[in-house]
Design a protein around this ligand. Sequence first.
Ligand code: LLP
Length: 431
Amino acid sequence: MNFEVKNHHLYFDGCDTVALAQKYGTPLYVFSENAIVSECNQLKAAFTNRYPNTRVAYASKAFSTLAIYKIMAREGFCIDVVSGGELYTAIQADFPAEHIEFNGNNKSDEELSLALDYGVGRIIVDGLQEIERIQKLASEKQTTAKVLFRITPEVNVQTHSYISTGQKDSKFGIPLDEEILWPTIQKAIDASNIEFYGFHFHVGSQLKDNSAHLTAAKIALDLALEVRKRLNYTIKELNYGGGFGVKYLPDELRQPYEYFLTPLMELTESFCRKHDFPRPNIVIEPGRSIVAEAGISLHTIGEIKTLPGIRTYAAIDGGMTDNIRPGLYDATYTGVIANKADEAKTEKITISGKACESTDILVKDLAVPKVETGDIFATFTTGAYGYSMASNYNKLPIPAVVLVKDGQDALIVKRQSYEQMIQNELVPDFL
Ligand code: LLP
């Protein structure tokens, strides 16, 4: 386990979190390299080592930094990027081009050019115009783009509606519509600078149930068969997306990867056997499950406000600016006072952020030991979509990020300074 308590302090991957807060300041994101690698190993055991012609593409929107791209490259994983910025970061980390998959529902020509120039492994096409733009750009550059079509599988999932993506009414993907889909597939097959690989779907995020993946996989496989029948073309690859749920609270269920992947692969292999169809490469794109539980956040408690008969608010030196998930998705978190990690819990507090926004509440009614100004609060499971969704609201600087491993610590993102926050601001002459 990556957590321990020594001398009343919370330790994470061998490091004293209170000492980390002192050394680097707060707010601070801390990632355990061992925890990330353990997720990678679980994915290898459940998927890539178990089935030939499979790949994991880490959905780097969950946490995109040079260091995580280095870790993914070392682990032999592919990555999914969704913008020029993520792609640029991956390029700066010397991430192997052919292991990059480029997603996104509105890629600009500039972003597509960057991807083609770098030679990314796959471009996942999300719309009809995009396919024409890719053909034009690829022919100008005398290169070939390897593409998948992201389809909208029309499945509903049990998760927050804001992170549900596979339903019929969605801005993502190409609809399964006779007049839209088929001419586009034909166009991709015929295009001289496009190699059409197959289909992609992503049904949603933070899923605890495998049924949506299975329904969508069946739809993608049927489509592959139909492409062979109608167009005499055999696709080579299917990408089943990510979305595997994690554990934010201690009593929450976390399904093992096998729960999703074993039935998915059984379905795929039996379908292919039955229809004498060569089993396509299967790719998955997990983001959250690789980094969420590998990251914690550290904050210092400042003002403590007791409203008699109502509640006690303990305010931290960050909040929705470094973790927007409670405010945006009603996401729930828990944590501990890191410098009193094994002391008896005698009171209940609500951890509030410092942003000027009523929804800036991180944890509600949490049992803790006696809370005091200066205590360090550690929030668990903030590794995914925390740093990557951080903002400068209220002109709060983006916090630093530290990577820990077996008692060693290293800064992987410096804290943003006030100077850096305004470095692109200008004052026009007429002011
Ligand atoms: N592939 C595609 C095409 C996606 O759109 C996503 C997530 C993933 C993979 C990775 O899904 P994951 O394994 O991380 O669930 N900000 C939200 C999550 C948005 C996810 C968007 N797409 C949150 O904090 O919950």
